[in-house]
Design a protein. Structure first.
Length: 396
């Protein structure tokens, strides 16, 4: 990496896995596990309350609105209290939320529980990414891709186990098991999460938003990278089950296959970027994701669609970490300012945009949606030169 040869012993990188890195990795794993566990619950939730695809789209929109409502609150509290305090507090409250969704005996109760789950998921996402930046700086080593790999691994475990647990133990047994596993992960992570100082005086531009276009353009890259990820999370199981005739168990494997390949590639992501550079890595990733999404959309059966989701996972894997690194290393701008814009825009893609897919799918079917999504990654491909800012991370 750049600058390695000139580092003094006082600035040498720490070992690959430290106590604080393990702590933040477990938080990403827990958050991904909760998100992955939600995916196979969605068809059951829709069936329980007899929801059409458009109505289910509104419920998913509520999830996204909850997350986007809580994200800026978490951001402001990180400055006041530090990322460790905010992350652990939010994670503790989040643990029983899937159980609350399962226990809901009316649509309104379910919608409120979904809003809370979405809000806490988003708040934890902002806080644990902030803590990952703190750990990255203390280690003088890029860790963002591998942190997101642990999130993907959690999604794989949650989605893979979800269909099986629902089939074997029912929705209540599944919800109880998820709650216990999430609580155990948090308990192990708790003492290991790195302490950071509050920074209420952090410099911000007037109005709190950057006036230059670059962070907003990189935010569009993050947004268009994450919309297909949200589509696979929220609609992949329903597509496999309703349009390709998959069983409940098999339908959970769509997001699981996507999460598996994404986790593997994210564990390798930091090394790949160091070898080939952020621009070439992003160009490769966006091209592969386009191929995978087209295979999923044109698939004649569930197995080929799952293969397409797996290929898409290879591509999407490092698109978002590269966008986040580019934001955090933007020249002439405090990292927190650009990063707050890019993360909020990016996560709106995974949280809010999939709700619109329900309305589109009711008229076109989900296959057409997955065929159309690659257009977004063509835009990312056209903007890929902006990823050169991410290479600045290797110099820290």
């Amino acid at each position: 990496m750049t600058g390695t040869a000139t580092q003094t012993p006082t600035t040498a990188r720490l070992p690959y896995m430290t106590r604080s890195r393990l702590g933040v990795a477990l938080l990403f794993l827990m958050n991904g596990f909760m998100m992955g566990s939600w995916a196979p619950m969605i068809p059951e939730f829709a069936k329980r309350f007899a929801l059409s695809e458009s109505t289910l789209g509104l419920v998913i929109l509520v999830y996204g609105l909850g997350s986007l409502s809580f994200m800026p609150i978490a951001g402001s509290q990180i400055g006041r209290l530090g990322s460790r305090t905010v992350t652990l507090t939010v994670a503790l409250i989040m643990v029983p939320t899937l159980l609350l969704i399962t226990l809901a005996n009316s649509l309104w109760a379910g919608v409120i529980a979904v809003f809370l789950f979405g809000g806490l998921t988003g708040a934890m996402d902002v806080a644990m990414n902030a803590n990952a930046v703190v750990v990255e700086r203390s280690m003088r080593r890029a860790i963002m891709s591998s942190c997101h790999a642990f999130w993907s691994l959690g999604g794989l475990i949650g989605a893979g186990l979800g269909g099986l647990l629902i089939t074997k133990t029912g929705i209540y047994g599944h919800a109880i098991a998820v709650t216990i596993i999430a609580a155990a992960l948090l308990a192990v992570a708790w003492p290991r999460v790195q302490v950071d100082r509050p920074h209420p005086e952090e410099e911000r531009p007037k109005g709190g938003l950057p006036m230059t276009p670059l962070p907003w353009i990189i935010g569009i890259m993050a947004l268009f990278s994450m919309i297909p990820e949200g589509a696979i999370l929220d609609w992949g199981a329903l597509y496999l089950r309703n349009e390709l005739g998959a069983s409940i168990t098999l339908s959970g494997f769509g997001f699981a296959a996507f999460s598996l390949t994404m986790a593997i590639m994210r564990f390798a992501g930091d090394l790949v970027r160091d070898r080939f550079g952020a621009v070439r890595t992003l160009q490769f990733c966006s091209t592969i994701s386009i191929v995978g999404l087209l295979i999923a959309g044109f698939a004649p059966n569930a197995f080929i669609a799952i293969t397409g989701f797996a290929i898409a996972g290879i591509g999407i894997s490092n698109m978002v970490p590269i966008a986040f690194s580019a934001a955090g290393n933007m020249p002439g701008m405090a990292p927190g300012i650009a990063l707050s814009v890019v993360t909020t825009m990016g996560y709106s893609g995974i949280l809010v945009a999939p709700s619109a897919i329900g309305f589109i799918a009711e008229h076109t079917g989900l296959a057409a949606v997955f065929i159309g999504l690659p257009v977004l990654h063509l835009v990312v491909l056209s903007l890929s030169r902006l990823a050169r800012h991410a290479d600045g991370a290797s110099a820290h």
